[in-house]
Every structure is written in structure tokens, then in C-alpha cells.
Design a protein around this ligand. Sequence first.
Ligand code: UDP
Length: 315
Amino acid sequence: MRGRRVLVTGGAGFLGSHLCDALLGEGNAVIALDNLLTGRRDNIAHLGSDRRFDFLELDVCQPLDCGKVDYVFHLASPASPVDYSLHGIPTLRVGSLGTFQSLEVAKKYQAGYLLASTSECYGDPLEHPQKETYWGHVNPIGPRSVYDEAKRFAEAATVAYRRYHHVDTRIVRIFNTYGPRMQLNDGRVVPNFMKQALRGEELTVYGDGTQTRSFCYVADEIEGIVRLARSSEPGPVNIGNPKEFTILECAEKVLAVTGSKSQVRYEALPEDDPKQRCPDISKARRLLGWEPRIDLENGLRMALKYFQEALGTRT
Ligand code: UDP
């Protein structure tokens, strides 16, 4: 993509701001839209002087018109378990009303459209690793349902606009992603462990730490998303790192990278916490020629400076 006018909802979020960087880097004009519920101005402060960049502090659930755009990336949503538990109704609204409004923009201007969906669509999966053909195992009334069902609805809305209105849509299912600009207090495991390790506090492992996740460094994730946007593949396509770690192994990596002597403290496992999660990325490999390049240890090293600076522990 080059020389296009692109709308990024959730553009001041962790992932959204990295996507804005990548799209500007490819020579596009970018409008970032964010209501700053979980996004932060700090994430886009470095773009303020770029004439090709605009920021609109707006809620995507309201009817919106930002003029003609060539492409819409719909990323807006609280995305960490702590954030979407705290903001349950806004999470349902942005996944439903916000998806409709952003799809309407794409329909009006015959723009391309990419929905940022999630591995949470698979719930606490009974199939492992998860392929895109797996329909998932989601509790519709559990604490995670505000996010899981909102994103499943968003996927249904996206394919409906493709089917009935011929909007040129794509769906990416994003697996656990980490890197600079993650909010320190969003409760996710990487910022929690980095923060605790750098402060010399105990690392809070929920449950017995044998549950697994697969962690993708943000630069790899963005590369996969951009490749999907450039392709004509409607998806859904899993974009994540297929190397799986237990949460205890993740704690060990964080301790190694930070050089911290912190101990581990075990806490209760949150309700409906998925026991395992690992993407099957054969579709992304085959259709997009994409696979992640940065392993967890290197990614944590690359993110270390950000966490040190954000915590004020860098000397
Ligand atoms: N987790 C943990 N300690 C923390 C935060 C999270 O052990 O301080 C665990 C959590 O229970 C889950 C995994 O780490 O099994 C990933 O949690 P996160 O909130 O990062 O994202 P999720 O993949 O659950 O959406």
C-alpha cells in the first residue's frame, strides 16, 4: 500500500499506533481515530509533526465521516482482560456498533477493510493448535464474553458486509502480541512480569503457570497484518507466533532478560482463563509468505528499554 488515505480506528492504542507508523512509513496518509478509553496520546506524540498524519479524538460507535478514504483498519477495542472486564459495555459497543460504523465508511467510499479480530474467538480451545477452521469454545456469559462475543459478532458483521454489500473485507485473528507502548497497567502478562521484575517485586503467576500462550513481537504482528491488507485474501487468517510457552517459562524469560532476582508468587487463576493457545499459521505462511522472525527472548530484549523508561528504572 502506498499513496493511500487510510483510517485506523484505535489508532492511539498499542497495536494501532504501530500500525500507523508502518502505514506512514509506506507513504500513506493516515487518520488515527481513538476515543482514548484505553489508547494514549503518548503513543502517537511522535507523529504530531507529520503532515500526512491526523488524529481524531472520536468514538467510532458514532456515525463518522472523515472524507474519502481508500482503506479502513478497524482495531478499536479494549483488548486486555483487565481492560475489557473494566469496560464491558464499551467493549460490546465497539465490537458491534463500532464495527458497523467503520464498515459503513468502507462501503460508502468503496474502501478496503480489515477487521482486527482475535484468538479469543477460539475461547478455551478444544483443538490445538488453533486453525482458522476451528469454530471455538466460548462461554457466552463468562467474564471474557464481552470481548470474545463482540469480536465474534464483528467477524459476522464483516463477512455480512462482504456478502451483501460487496465490501472488500479481510479478517485477521491476532494472538498475544507484546512490545513497546503496551500500557504498564493493562494487566497483561508481559507488562505485569516486566514491571514486577524491574521493580524487584514478585512475579504474579496465576494458577500453576502451566497454561500456555504464544507471544508475537509487535513488529512481526504488524508485518503480518500489512501483508494481509495488501493481499486479496478475505481470511480469517491467524497472525501470531506459533512457538508456545507456559506462563512459568515466560516468567523465566523475563527474569533472564531483566537480570532480576525476583521470585514467583502464585495467585488464583482467573475464571475461564484459556488453558492453551497456539496459532496454526500455515495459512499465513502459504497465502502471505509470512512468518514471525523474532523469538520471545529477543523480543523481550527489544522491549526492555521501553519498559525501563516507562518505569523510570533506566539508568
Ligand atoms: N497471567 C499471569 N500473571 C499475570 C498476568 C497474566 O499468570 O500477572 C496469565 C493469565 O492468567 C493468562 C496468561 O498469563 O493465562 C496471559 O494473560 P494475558 O492477560 O496477558 O492475556 P490473555 O491471553 O489471557 O488474553
